[in-house]
Design a binder for this molecule. Structure first.
Ligand code: NAP
Length: 293
């Protein structure tokens, strides 16, 4: 369905706030789903400089936006301008989804939920597994918390700046005191030992992301045991160097496009009270990505 001029004027407004944001495939992904489901809604990309963050949020209230997604560099800083923040988003220290309820902006985080849904889609079980998270930023926090809640046996968080991994570990322990979770320094002997025991490895660094496609967060893929799953949150390119090397070694690999789609589909629960159409959103995101690489 294409919207006529009078319908366009009444469309529910949504979008993504980021800086830069021109590369985002979220508008293509959500708008394709709105069209397919004959919904009168429009999703735009809004490049918001950090200095304009509060003004942009006031604008959402003034213009009656239904909600937005939030991406780099606003995920953490946006929190101080919201009226309410869901407990899980507060635990993660970041918001990626905002809903405007009658002028009150509510913050949520669907990254971890999207990650777990993506594992379920790929029939990957994490109960009893030793998970290794590479990176200690916002994505790593969300994934660590959700993997902990999903019943992994142990989590090792490896980061270039080990103090940041330690701080993540301290925060996750505050929420899940019984979880076995430890911090190691990237490329250290401790990281090597953890990789040799890992059943699931999740890259939460930008290493390997376009245009730096020659990089990988793992130097020795052969350290990973047979049967390990390698998940890259990076989705540009779809198959990063990490995933290519893991595939050649015979390991199960998953691209971050799946997480992107599921976090977007989960955001629909907050905006529309139901999950977004995952298959359709995946096809649209993939088409946009292939057109933009
Ligand atoms: P972030 O908060 O900025 O954290 C970045 C992490 O990567 C930090 O741990 C940082 O280490 C590490 N890092 C950055 N550059 C590095 C380098 N050159 N060498 C080694 N480590 C490096 O970012 P984020 O929001 O967590 O995002 C991380 C990745 O996840 C991004 O690639 C993003 O595209 C991806 N992501 C994907 C999805 C999805 O839906 N698929 C959702 C969210 C994020 P230091 O602490 O030492 O700086």
């Amino acid at each position: 369905m294409s919207l006529g001029a009078s319908q366009l004027g009444q469309a529910r407004q949504l979008g993504i706030l980021g800086h830069p944001v021109g590369h985002s495939v979220s508008p293509a992904m959500h708008n394709a789903a709105f069209r397919a489901q004959q919904m009168n809604a429009l999703y735009g990309a809004y490049d918001v400089e950090p200095s304009q963050r509060k003004a942009a949020l006031d604008g959402l209230r003034a213009l009656g936006f239904l909600g937005v997604n939030v991406t780099i560099p606003h995920k953490e800083a946006v929190m101080e301008h919201l009226d309410e923040i869901a407990p899980t988003a507060r635990q993660m220290g970041a918001v990626n989804t905002i809903v405007n309820r009658g002028g009150r902006l509510m913050g949520y985080n669907t990254d971890g939920w999207g990650f777990i849904s993506s594992l379920e889609e790929h029939r990957i079980r994490v109960t009893g597994v030793h998970a290794m998270i590479l990176g200690a930023g916002g994505a790593a926090r969300a994934i660590a918390l959700h993997l902990g809640m999903a019943g992994v046996r142990r989590i090792s968080v490896s980061n270039r700046t080990v103090s940041r991994a330690e701080s993540l570990v301290t925060d996750v322990r505050a929420t899940l005191p019984d979880l076995k979770i430890d911090a190691v320094e990237a490329l250290s002997p401790e990281e090597r030992n953890a990789l040799m025991d890992a059943g699931l490895v999740v890259n939460c660094t930008p290493l390997g992301m376009h245009p730096d496609e020659v990089s990988s967060p793992i130097r020795e893929i052969n350290l990973l045991p047979q049967g390990a799953v390698v998940y890259d949150t990076v989705y540009r390119p779809m198959e990063t160097r990490l995933l290519r090397e893991a595939r050649i070694r015979g390991l199960h690999t998953v691209s971050g496009l799946s997480m992107l789609v599921h976090q977007g589909a989960c955001a629909w629960e907050y905006w529309f009270g139901r999950r977004g159409p995952v298959g359709l959103m995946h096809s649209a995101a993939l088409a946009a990505l292939e057109g933009k690489l």
